[in-house]
Design a protein around this ligand. Structure first.
Ligand code: AMP
Ligand code: GLY
Length: 424
């Protein structure tokens, strides 16, 4: 079989490595992939949002199965376009990807169907929004409606911050059209859990739970990032919590989307907060998380391609989705300065010695090949995953490898998994 994976980060590398385990897979094309993915797939220089280029390539190369991993091509309708050509594609159509593409849509969906989430108000008028935040209870959370590279959520502790947030999104158009509408919501507290679920629009199979570490530096200090590390499973997500989430959040969401005429097929990511009043939805993503995927897929024992095909064909209820009982930990190595500006082009050291250690996998997120050497080419550069029987064993393996890999200016968090270990 000839496969195509759209995207070029650590998440896509993890998907590609897992897909390759199926002996029927002959070729995987990555569009565009990256310097490290090139060792596992044929990288093609077509950008993930170049829908015309992606569709033309799929047709010319008679692709048998496609996986569209990032949010933007999904929201733009990449899966719709591939299906029009008769190419089976894993991921939601545009009318379902809106669950991530518009926070106003997802909040209204939850309200209509009684799915627990933070109380909120929607505004499309800056003056009204400003009037509201001048008296609303603090802290409060201001969210741009549309996609904003994970930066469109502002937690406001003070009145001034809330006013600035509304001003920057609605009057200064910091996130462009994504900020034409905003959601202002109540601030929730409690441990956060990420649960990725396979779904064919009717049946739903949750993957092992995980915990992201979003801030740039140790002790949850510094700016928010796309994620500096993950562990799986998440110790806060007990069997009891899982049952509540399935009954009050996961199945109601899948049914609601079907009811709305927007059946969701693919990977639906539930960003949850376990509040004193029960689990609530913080966000939906219409795709695999990054770097959640780098700890979840290494624990998947079932064949990924088979499961993805079942999601597309509507046969998920007949398909086994099994995870190992072990743990995984992923530590991100980032470019100095990330998530703000950083320099690219530094040669990576230490990969050869450690990429192959038992129980360690190095996923490439932002790397490029320059004169035959791997160099940093993005903010998040590598995701080093360790697996083991326990979380401590997984962390030990990941950090042993991380300690010997680097490049000029590189940094990583030392405390990935610390909160999870303390919770046990
Ligand atoms: P999001 O991009 O929606 O995942 O939001 C980014 C982060 O902001 C989340 O992971 C939470 O830590 C935080 N956050 C978002 N909404 C809320 C809320 N209503 N209360 C508390 N924290 C929130
Ligand atoms: N790591 C968070 C996300 O993928 O949205």
């Amino acid at each position: 079989m000839k496969l195509m994976v759209v995207g070029g980060g650590g998440r896509e590398h993890a998907i590609i490595k897992k897909l390759k385990e199926n002996p029927a897979v002959e070729t995987i094309f990555a569009l565009p992939g990256n310097g490290g993915i090139a060792a596992d797939a044929t990288c093609v220089p077509i950008g993930a949002t170049d829908l015309d280029g992606i569709v033309a390539f799929a047709k010319e190369n008679a692709i048998d199965f496609a996986v569209v991993a990032p949010d933007d091509p999904l929201v733009l309708g990449c899966v719709d376009r591939l299906e029009e050509l008769g190419i089976p594609a894993f991921g939601p159509k545009a009318n379902a990807a809106i669950i991530e593409g518009s926070k106003v849509f997802s909040k209204n969906l939850m309200k209509t169907y009684g799915i627990p989430t933070a109380a909120y108000e929607v505004f499309d008028d800056a003056a009204k929004a400003l009037e509201y935040v001048k008296t609303a209870a603090l802290p409060l959370v201001v969210k741009a409606d549309g996609l904003a590279l994970g930066k469109g959520v502002l937690i406001c502790e003070t009145r001034e911050q809330a006013i600035d947030a509304v001003d920057s999104i609605m009057n200064d158009h910091k996130f462009g059209k994504s900020g034409d509408q905003i959601v202002v919501e109540e601030f929730l507290t409690g441990p956060e859990v990420s649960v990725l679920c396979f779904t064919d629009g009717e049946a739903l199979a949750p993957m092992v739970s995980s915990m992201d570490h979003k801030r740039a530096h140790d002790g949850d200090k510094g700016l928010n990032t796309g994620g500096m590390g993950t562990v799986a499973p998440n110790p806060y997500y007990t069997d009891e919590v899982a049952t509540v989430c399935m009954d009050t959040i996961f199945l109601p969401t899948i049914r609601a989307m079907k009811q709305e005429g927007r059946p969701f097929k693919g990977c639906l990511y539930f960003g949850l907060m376990l509040t004193p009043n029960g689990p609530k939805v913080i966000e939906y993503n219409c795709r695999f998380g990054d770097p959640e995927t780098q700890v979840v897929l290494p624990l998947l024992e079932s064949d990924l391609l088979t499961v993805m095909q079942a999601c597309v064909n509507g046969t998920l209820s007949d398909t086994e989705v099994r995870f190992s009982k072990g743990s995984a930990a992923c530590v991100i190595i980032a470019s100095g300065g990330y998530p703000e500006s950083y320099q690219k082009g530094f040669v990576l050291h230490g990969l050869d010695e450690n990429g192959g250690a038992e129980g360690v996998t190095v996923y490439h997120a932002g790397t490029a090949l320059k004169d035959g050497a791997l160099v940093n080419a993005g903010g998040r550069v590598l995701g080093v995953t360790g697996t083991g029987d326990t979380l401590q064993a997984a962390l030990d393996k990941a950090y042993a490898a991380v300690d010997t890999i680097g490049f000029e200016g590189s940094f990583f968090r030392r405390d990935i998994g610390a909160k999870a270990l303390a919770a046990k």
